[in-house]
Design a binder for this molecule. Structure first.
Ligand SMILES: *[C@@H]1O[C@H](CO)[C@@H](O)[C@H](O)[C@H]1NC(C)=O
Length: 392
């Protein structure tokens, strides 16, 4: 009997531990709602919940943020953690200060974490004041990015809404294995530098079912990105889905194996874009598939621009060293808002190689659109309108 009693007690302790210690409700750490004009800062409550969840040895901890608005300052969720399965369940919204003079470039940062997932919630960056500053040409700080994962792995972001970030919305930097599902980004079409999702120097990143309305790139994929998959993306307003800008520096990593599939662009500046600096560089862009895309009144539906050089500085003859190869455009349809719907402006020194255009149907005001090519080589398959100008 004594044996069974001991076993029951052990089981009880086990369940008790799982049930209580693994859940961290920020209200238990002094978080307060800042609704109705009340300004109560909940940064410390959130950080306390994090440090306990991070240090807990039980596999599986949940940090819970209930309904309502919580004012949060800059937070850094620092890893590595003992726990490699931390869920941050957000039912409410985290609101950044509207004051943009805070130090640093990011608002919410995860650094060196492994196995963190954010479920639901809204991040409100309150960027309006900083955008106004930037519009009036004053000296303004770059501003906080809403959310940054840096040097991390096994990340999930599911059903998160990021709005009105002061700068970029969501950045995946120097990380591995990230899955972003059902993410919504909302910022005005004229808000400066408010890129939606930015993948930098990261591998195995999947973005699915994202709805992005913003003032800069909906998705940007830059140097060192590998194995990126973006599917079911709605973009616009915004500057489109962009690989680049690549090749700003001489020794820069390339971009490899990117699939962008099932996208709808509405009134955006660009659709599918590759953009490289017109300067010497060892970087490359290769193995890209753009597939099944609908363009609705998009200014530049398909564009490769290898002449990027904003202040025309250190771009000798605008010769881009970035090697662009194996780029497929398959099943791209809809309307262009400018007469040139397909533009391949490649590097004289390193012509684009292995471009495949297949089943393209783009119109301009219901009529004929045009293609324009410079140093673009590849092949044409199926039905292609406007007539392609790439050469063998
Ligand atoms: C390319 O990336 C996809 C994920 O986007 C991955 O499944 C595939 O294995 C990668 N291919 C190579 C050759 O690495």
């Amino acid at each position: 009997m004594a044996k069974y009693a001991l076993l029951s007690i052990l089981l009880l302790i086990f369940y008790f531990t799982i049930g209580t210690i693994a859940d961290y409700n920020i209200m238990d750490f002094g978080a307060k709602l800042s609704d109705n004009g009340r300004q109560t800062d909940s940064t410390n409550a959130l950080l306390q919940a994090w440090s306990l969840a991070c240090a807990s040895s039980i596999n599986g901890a949940t940090i819970y943020i209930p309904k309502g608005k919580f004012s949060i300052g800059h937070v850094k969720f620092q890893g590595p953690c003992k726990n490699t399965n931390i869920i941050i369940q957000i039912d409410g919204s985290l609101v950044a200060p509207s004051n943009y003079k805070g130090a640093g470039d990011e608002w919410i940062v995860f650094y060196q974490v492994d196995g963190v997932s954010i479920q639901g919630g809204t991040l409100d960056g309150q960027g309006e004041a900083l955008w106004k500053c930037k519009e009036s040409n004053q000296k303004c700080p770059t501003g906080w990015k809403n959310l940054l994962f840096d040097n991390s792995k096994n990340i999930v972001v599911n059903g998160l809404t990021s709005k009105n970030s002061k700068q970029f919305h969501i950045v995946i930097r120097s990380s591995e294995r990230a899955m972003l599902k059902g993410v919504t980004v909302i910022a005005p079409g004229d808000s400066p530098n408010t890129d939606g999702i930015s993948v930098q120097g990261s591998s195995d990143v999947t973005i699915r079912n994202a709805n992005i309305k913003t003032g800069d790139d909906c998705i940007s994929i830059s140097a060192g990105a590998r194995n990126v998959w973006a599917e079911h993306i709605a973009c616009g307003p915004g500057h489109g889905i962009s690989i680049g800008s690549i090749g700003k520096t001489y020794n820069e990593k390339g971009v490899e194996n990117v699939t962008v599939k099932n996208t709808v662009f509405t009134g955006s500046e660009n659709g599918l874009r590759i953009k490289t600096w017109g300067r010497p560089s060892t970087a490359f862009v290769r193995g890209v598939i753009f597939q099944e895309s609908i363009m609705k009144n998009v200014k530049n539906p398909i564009v490769i621009n290898q002449n990027y050089c904003p202040h025309s500085k250190n771009c000798p003859n605008q010769n881009s060293g970035v090697k662009v190869s194996d780029i497929t455009y398959d099943d791209i349809q809809g309307s262009s808002a400018s007469s040139v719907a397909v533009k391949f402006d490649c590097s004289k020194r390193n012509p684009c190689n292995g471009i495949l255009v297949k089943n393209i149907k783009l119109t301009y005001h219901g009529g004929k659109a045009k293609s324009s090519c410079k140093y673009a080589k590849g092949s044409i398959l199926g039905f292609v309108v406007p007539k392609s100008c790439i050469t063998k």
